[in-house]
Design a protein around this ligand. Structure first.
Ligand SMILES: NC(=O)c1ccc[n+]([C@@H]2O[C@H](COP(=O)([O-])OP(=O)(O)OC[C@H]3O[C@@H](n4cnc5c(N)ncnc54)[C@H](OP(=O)(O)O)[C@@H]3O)[C@@H](O)[C@H]2O)c1
Length: 511
């Protein structure tokens, strides 16, 4: 299981190689692609699996319109946009495909041709919605891995699979970079170290069938499938369907890629870039940001959590660097299974309270610098309280509000609905995110640091993977919040971000 440390890891291993990447229309995927194009010139070809949408039915069109236009490429475009276009034309190949379809929806011939051309697979695509219906989460985060495995069979192609630190579920304490097990149920383990998940998958598929058969109405069925996912996840030891199905996915890869090179790379909560290509670049509203936004909009004053606990945040450029380094290693070292956690809580911890203080201070002192985040200086504090106090307080607040509403309507006066909607927003956020605001775990990244230490001097310089020495106050106040304001919350995006719609991945984005 453990990597056999031997030679120096260098980017030379990418010389003339062809890489297949999924998920480049997403946050991590865009940063990864930009970094490869900018810093790994020796890569010969990059195949991008992108599914078409109603507006842009083919991968190439969607790339041109939704990826190439992203500000993540501004540095690379520099003064010469034509050179960027030429670089894309030279390196990129587009695969219009759906991850969950058989052979990604490709013909057998096209799939085989792809399989024979690819030297390294980087699988970043996922459904990161914490409240995805069980059937969809299972299809995207678990069953699609059969097709990834199939793609690697002909040439025993190495895979770097982007997972999440939160596959460790309800486990507590210092979490090592090893195969995780269910915290609440006993599943049998194979000699290879992985858990045998086929019976579990069958059980979940039966659950999906039963729930589907019991609900005729589509919206009701979808909600029932969300609830079923959460129930099953909790029963086995996970907070949500996303992390549960990602965990099952890890087991499938470990099982079916015995004897092949497989690297599972688990980031924690991914946030804006620390350094490259420009500090603060971010897309969408992530876990911590959804709560920060709710506070900035004065929708949330109290939140359930433990202010002294350590929250694990990792800048996205360090995740991209880790993926590239892990890819270089997988291409040059003997095939084996490796697990790396891209995390900060064990080597450069930041407490939830420190994060809150940074945000509150910026809101009070410099809210005008963040027009897209703060409409005005927040008047109320932002306080983390124990879960029991939060839920008890909410029950009282709802009762008082109901009493106030009856009194007002008896008096014939209009009642403002904003207090009620603020309470609802708080409840919804707490439901989705409170597991992440009372962390009782820290993620070790020792293996990843050991990998970085084996990298060549040039690679160590251009591919940092850890935040050692990083000042959190500086990152949060001078990099992340300005980045959030500038890149994720441009005026047009504000309405769409909300808490209701947008694409689920932009609001309930995963860790
Ligand atoms: N963001 C975090 O905080 C975080 C933390 C830990 C781990 N991770 C992991 O990092 C990876 C990337 O996350 P992210 O934040 O970049 O997510 P993201 O922004 O939501 O991007 C997800 C990507 O997956 C693609 N995808 C989803 N379903 C697909 C399907 N059926 N067929 C083809 N493509 C599909 C999406 O394509 P469309 O545009 O077509 O939907 C998109 O490109 C994931 O594996 C996630 O588990 C993320």
């Amino acid at each position: 299981m453990e990597a056999q440390a031997s030679s120096t890891i260098t980017l030379d291993s990418f010389n003339g190689k062809s890489v297949f990447i999924t998920g480049v229309t997403g946050f991590v995927g865009k940063v990864l692609l930009e970094k490869i194009l900018r810093s790994v010139p020796s890569v010969e070809r990059i195949h991008l699996l992108i599914r078409g949408n109603r507006r842009y039915p083919s991968a190439a069109e969607r790339f041109q319109q939704e990826v190439a236009t992203s500000s993540i490429f501004d540095v690379l475009k520099g003064e010469d946009e034509t050179a960027f276009k030429r670089l894309c034309e030279r390196k990129l190949r587009f695969v219009s495909g759906e991850l969950t379809a058989e052979r990604f929806g490709l013909s057998e011939a096209a799939f085989n041709e792809l399989a024979y051309d690819v030297d390294l697979v980087i699988n970043s695509a996922a459904s990161v919605n914490f409240r995805e219906p069980l059937n969809d989460a299972l299809a995207t985060n678990t069953l699609s891995l059969h097709t990834i495995i199939q793609l690697t069979q002909a040439r025993k192609t190495p895979v770097v699979h982007v997972s999440t630190c939160y596959v460790n579920g309800y486990h507590e304490g210092l979490i090592p970079e090893t195969v995780a097990g269910p915290a609440r149920a006993a599943l049998s383990r194979a000699a290879g170290g992985y858990y045998k998940v086929e019976p579990l998958i069958e059980h979940l598929q039966n659950t999906v069938e039963a729930v589907t058969a019991a609900c005729d109405e589509p919206a009701q069925r979808s909600e029932a499938l969300v609830e079923a996912g959460l129930r099953e996840a909790d029963r086995y030891g996970w907070n949500d369907t996303y992390t549960f199905t990602k965990w099952i996915g890890e087991q499938l890869l470990l099982q079916h890629m015995q004897g092949q090179a497989l690297t599972i790379l688990r980031p924690s909560i991914v946030e804006s870039t620390l350094h490259e290509p420009t500090p603060g670049w971010i897309e969408g509203v992530k876990v911590a940001d959804a709560i920060i936004m709710a506070y900035a909009r004065q929708k949330v004053t109290y939140f359930p959590g433990d202010p002294r606990a350590v929250i694990d945040i990792i800048p996205v450029d360090l995740v991209a660097n880790s993926i590239i380094l892990a890819g270089a290693e997988a291409l040059m070292e003997p095939p084996c299974h490796r697990i790396y956690q891209c995390s900060t809580s064990s080597h450069n911890p930041v407490s939830i309270n420190e994060v809150i203080q940074c945000v509150v201070q910026e809101g009070k002192q410099r809210h005008r610098e963040y027009p897209n985040l703060f409409a005005s200086a927040p008047r109320r504090p932002f306080v983390m309280i124990p879960g029991w106090a939060f839920h008890g307080g909410l029950a009282v607040a709802y009762r008082l509000l109901a009493w106030k509403q009856s009194l007002f309507s008896w008096l014939g006066a209009a009642v403002s609905s904003s207090q009620l909607s603020n309470l609802d927003a708080m409840v919804k956020l707490a439901l989705i995110f409170s597991f992440y605001t009372r962390p009782r775990y820290r993620f070790s990244n020792e293996n990843l640091c050991a990998l970085a230490a084996r990298a060549g001097a040039h690679e160590q310089e251009i591919l940092p993977v850890a935040t050692t020495g990083m000042d959190w106050q500086h990152y949060l106040q001078r990099i992340h919040l300005p980045g959030l304001n500038r890149y994720a919350l441009r005026p047009r995006a504000i309405k769409a971000a909300g808490f209701k719609k947008a694409r689920a991945r932009r609001t309930a984005v995963g860790a």
